[in-house]
Design a protein. Structure first.
Length: 77
């Protein structure tokens, strides 16, 4: 997650970049999460949700973060 300077880590940026280009089908995406990132899908989505609430992530990838925030808000609605 955020490093001691309050900046996004390389792992955070990798996760955001992955989300921007991830397969759309759930099964293919979950397989890619495991193989490309070495994370379980549950852990991936936990980390992604933390990043979506991060002002640093918003500053680095504003279009992606805003789109994902809207999708998350619709799902919770």
């Amino acid at each position: 997650m955020l490093n001691i300077l309050g900046m996004l880590s390389d792992a955070d940026l990798t996760l955001l970049d992955f989300e921007a280009t991830a397969p759309r089908s759930v099964g293919a995406k979950e397989d890619a999460i495991r193989s490309d990132l070495g994370l379980s899908p549950i852990r991936y989505y936990q980390r992604l949700n933390v990043l979506l609430d991060s002002s640093e992530a918003l500053a680095m990838r504003p279009q992606l973060v805003r789109r994902l925030q809207r999708l998350r808000d619709r799902s919770a609605g």
